[in-house]
Design a protein around this ligand. Sequence first.
Ligand SMILES: Nc1nc2c(c(=O)[nH]1)N[C@H]1C(S)=C(S)[C@@H](COP(=O)(O)O)O[C@H]1N2
Ligand SMILES: [Mo]
Length: 229
Amino acid sequence: MSDKDDGATTRPDGIVGEVKRKLIDTKRKWAEQGRGLTGQTARPEAERLPPGQRLVTNFPVLDLGIQPAVATSDWELTIAGAVENPLTLRWADFQALPQVRLTSDIHCVTTWSRYDNAWDGVSAFALLDLVRPKPEVLHVLLHSYDGYTTNIDLAGFADDDVLLAHSWQGEPLTREHGGPVRLVIPKRYFWKSAKWIRRIEFSSVDAPGFWEMRGYHNEADPFTEERYS
Ligand SMILES: Nc1nc2c(c(=O)[nH]1)N[C@H]1C(S)=C(S)[C@@H](COP(=O)(O)O)O[C@H]1N2
Ligand SMILES: [Mo]
């Protein structure tokens, strides 16, 4: 925009016209200089919190009201369905798998989010290497000791921040938060992160889980607010 196009310079209104012209000049210079651009490709801090979410620092507990007590000595995790190497892991088997620490944010559909949760456990990648899903697999169905179920597409499960966690913030996962082992899928609303996980089934067909059958979204991406179906 040239100064001639700017109505502020032609109006005989003294100081107001002066101030506005200076403001416009300044903003035009910012645009020329690219002021405020960070050049960063990472998600800026302002966009870390998905729409409609509020940040909390506590760790709320949400479940169906049944919190199964599963001792590590009784714990078993079965991985089955369309895989080359179906197996059942006991506690020592699980502990012997490669361990990772992955830190991520939690976004619960009830609108709380919690940043920087450090989870220890076995990555989805390590698990996939072990069982080797067959080519037709597109979906992963999760079953828990409390009878809860949820589902996720294979691409959502096979992500670098997904893990089967036995610890949170360096401490064994408490029973109320899904211990001995829960799934963590940071890029989806937290209902996809099955607590007290008992069985993982790889499948060519999808099957809605507990909340997906009750009006909740099948994919559940917090950043596009996939809350309800
Ligand atoms: N087995 C099981 N997993 C579950 C649930 C449940 O009821 N049973 N609730 C889900 C929901 S709705 C949420 S928000 C999170 C809550 O996890 P938290 O209690 O550790 O915060 O667990 C998810 N995983
Ligand atoms: Mo939830």
